[in-house]
Write a protein that binds this ligand. Sequence first.
Ligand code: PHE
Length: 467
Amino acid sequence: MENNTTQRDAFSSRLGIIAAAAGSAIGLGNIWKFPYITGQYGGAAFIIIYLICIALIGMPVMLSEFALGRRAQKNAIGTFKKLAPNTPWFLTGWLGLVAAFVILAFYGVVAGWTMAYVWKSILNQFAGMDAETITNTFVGMITNPVQPIIWQVLFMALTAGIVLGGIKDGIEKYTKILMPLLLVIILILDIRAITLPGGGAGVSFLLAPDFSKLSALAVMQALGHAFFTLSLGMGTMITYGSYISQHENLGTTTMQVTIADTVIALMAGLAIFPAVFAFGIEPSAGPSLVFITLPNVFNQMAGGYFFSILFFFLLAVAALTSSVSILEVVVAYFDEELNMDRVKATIIAATSITIFGAILSLGNTDILGSIQLPFPVSDGIHDMNIFDWAVEFTDRLLPVGGFFIALFVGWGMNKEDFEDEVHHADHGKAAYMTFFWPIIRYLAPIAILIVFLNSVGVFNALGIKLG
Ligand code: PHE
């Protein structure tokens, strides 16, 4: 190995790496997206498929990304160039860079809505509003050409500020304080929600599966979301892996990050659905679920004013520790492969992504709303605006990235190198490697391929029914 390990910025402590990687994983995906797709795709049955995707595909891919990054001591693209020189594998890193651009573009917009809601909560704007007025307030906000962009720019500036601080002084310092805070606030919301009269229906929605509601699209969503929520398939965990100390056990880190992410998602569901049912709100409301439902709920809760501020603050904090990890993918690439200095890299990356995100935000307004792009889903081709298109597109892009990462580890790189990277911090061979190889070589790529083809309707078109 090159001796550049010592010069490279790295996480200084065990808590630091877990806080940063868990901070990346836990975000809008857990608290905004997981509840709304769970509501749309039928509750408990969807959650079971999602948990299977996390355990069987997500965890092995996360271990792979950590090991690749730490082995190469490079960014997402540099990692493939270094481990497989003069081969096209580096294109996998490029795919990740594209995903990072698109994800952070819409992510910044949704995080901006969240910040706007912190502000609206502080001003007590929702007090006394009926359900319809609350809905109109949300729709009015996202269809406004200026307001969401102002919040998005503010959020992206905060993201860039943390990334500018560098890994050790920036990302690690903030996540170490903010992540435990997040846990406490969700716990308080859980207790409040579960004790609401009539909340029990929400708990059984999350726990009693109805498999008749599952579709090919639901399975694709579950897989895509498993990648999204664990920050996989685009090189985030490769980049973070390159900052993990050589003494760290990667299997343990993978386990801890996955458990933290899954627990927070389920806790977020537990905070939202009992309340949704207690107040007779539609669980399948979609991306607006958090933004339309919860102000109604808070309005009818003792202490709702404070819970509302806490909740949206928590969502913004979670989004921030994720957005820094997405920006870091691009900055590490500019910095190391293009030899740009870190400040310049951060400014250029953040500015271009912010502009792209602002354009996507205009897709929700009259200005660019007339641009409708087709997107293939299992029950046909749907037209959607550019904002929704970008969200859907990345859900498909990340599993594709994961597919190539699995193929690379399984078939493209030296098996001994990989095992050495996983093992050198443990004494001896980790028992889970017996499961790891068949999964990464066969199960993960084949499963991703089948779910992917099924979701774009290939099996339907061929007349094959997968149930
Ligand atoms: N995992 C983050 C979330 O759940 C989003 C994310 C996706 C972060 C991809 C990094 C890479 O909100």
